[in-house]
Write a new protein. Structure first.
Length: 249
């Protein structure tokens, strides 16, 4: 797991204050258990190797979700900010931190937090700060102001916008959206291929699971990612342009 964060002088720690809903854990367990059962119910549909890979992926997703819920934390230390995930810790030193921003949460549901906090580095990459949100912190605004003051004190400089870093942030945002939309498209293709597989099973045809459930979705992902990244890059203004003019992906 790497070096323990607590050895580096934690000034504050943000963890889960609300209990994990038991219904969510039960639903996840039933969904994974049912998927594994359905995959192994008829040994003639999928080969042994395919079933083993799919079972391992499903179980890993369940374990990863549990570990994330249990271990996820944000630490503010003497050296910077550290985010602990399911299996690793990501650190940003104070001098590598460009900004700490509160942004609206996309796809909000009833009972979810409405605002999330992101750390932006000088390289333009952003890092979600888990549990630093209005759903976990009663005095969210005051906590963010205090966190920014703490960061400014450790950095030894006030917060200011730098055009070159804003340009990197914009580029990273465009590429991130391209990856997200390519993933969504590949999942739709996977769903379509799953329905095709069920149809082939019902009609007595060869299922070809490796081709339909692995190769086709991966090929769709690669194609969509290439097209979306190309489209994004084609809209990026030349160097020296106003960094606030953000093209839409």
């Amino acid at each position: 797991m790497g070096e323990d964060v607590h050895e580096r002088g934690v000034e504050r720690e943000y963890g889960r204050r609300r209990r994990i809903r038991g219904g969510w854990l039960a639903f996840m367990g039933l969904a994974v258990g049912n998927s594994v059962y359905q995959m192994n119910r008829d040994p003639n549909v999928f080969g042994d190797g395919t079933r083993l890979v799919i079972d391992a992926l499903l179980l890993w997703l369940f374990v990863w979700a549990l570990l994330t819920s249990w271990r996820q934390r944000t630490f503010v230390t003497a050296d910077g900010i550290a985010v602990r995930g399911a299996v690793r810790i990501r650190r940003r030193s104070w001098h590598d931190i460009y900004d700490i921003r509160v942004e609206p949460r996309r796809n909000q549901r009833s009972g979810d937090s409405q605002w999330l906090t992101f750390l932006y580095g000088n390289d333009g990459r952003r890092l979600l700060l888990p549990h630093v949100d209005d759903g976990q912190l009663p005095e969210f605004g005051a906590e963010i102001d205090d966190l920014r003051e703490t960061a400014a004190r450790h950095r030894g400089m006030a917060w200011e916008r730098r055009p070159e870093v804003e340009e990197r942030i914009r580029r990273q945002s465009g590429h991130r959206k391209a990856w997200e939309r390519a993933t969504s498209g590949a999942l739709f293709v996977l769903l379509a291929m799953f329905l095709v597989t069920l149809w082939r099973i019902a009609t007595g045809r060869d299922t070809e699971p490796l081709l339909l459930l692995v190769c086709v979705p991966l090929g769709a992902f690669a194609l969509l990612a290439a097209l979306l990244h190309w489209r994004w890059e084609s809209q990026v203004p030349p160097p020296g342009s106003d960094f606030r003019a953000q093209p839409r992906l």
